[in-house]
Design a protein around this ligand. Sequence first.
Ligand SMILES: Cc1cc2nc3c(=O)[nH]c(=O)nc-3n(C[C@H](O)[C@H](O)[C@H](O)COP(=O)(O)O)c2cc1C
Length: 189
Amino acid sequence: MIYIKTLIISGSPRKKGDSMTLINEMIYLNGEVKIIETYYDNISPCLDCRYCWENEGCSIDDEMQEIYKLLDEVDNIILASPLYFSELSGELLSFASRLQTFFVARCIRKEVDFELKEKNGVLILTGGGDGSPDDAIRRANIIFRHINVKPIGKVLSLNTNKKSANQDAQALNRVKELALNLNELNKAN
Ligand SMILES: Cc1cc2nc3c(=O)[nH]c(=O)nc-3n(C[C@H](O)[C@H](O)[C@H](O)COP(=O)(O)O)c2cc1C
């Protein structure tokens, strides 16, 4: 069995874009890494069918079923997104809608002890301009809370219209630093 330690969730449609450039700098991470590309993987949005109001899990039979298991197994979660209208990208939010089942377990089905494994998290945000990433950071923190992730740091590469992420030495170094931090934190556990 392959033990996946890190799940990277990418909200960018650009396979060689700024977010993916920074994701690729995560090569310093120990262990197996799985990348979910929300624009290309077979993951539907939540349809609010309310199956999870009565049952564990989710009624939609797609790739998310495997990801639900990983969300309770991995040690690290990396969330990466371009800023779209100062927010996380639409496909990343669509992916996040499928995490509603965890909220429902606690707040609708009243399984007060329901909790996924605690994980460490890193947020990577890229943006073409120099507008505020605060809304996207807030949304990412909500996603992290839904899946019991403790954020340990974030990387911002802004102004990519002028200087792409692969020329942003500060952001590239910060990704490496955070990858090494995650390795240390995992050792301690
Ligand atoms: C639909 C759309 C909306 C965007 N909105 C913003 C924005 O609000 N703020 C910003 O800084 N950049 C914005 N951008 C630019 C991207 O965030 C930027 O090019 C980013 O570096 C792309 O990352 P990627 O290559 O990982 O996809 C937008 C781009 C698109 C296509």
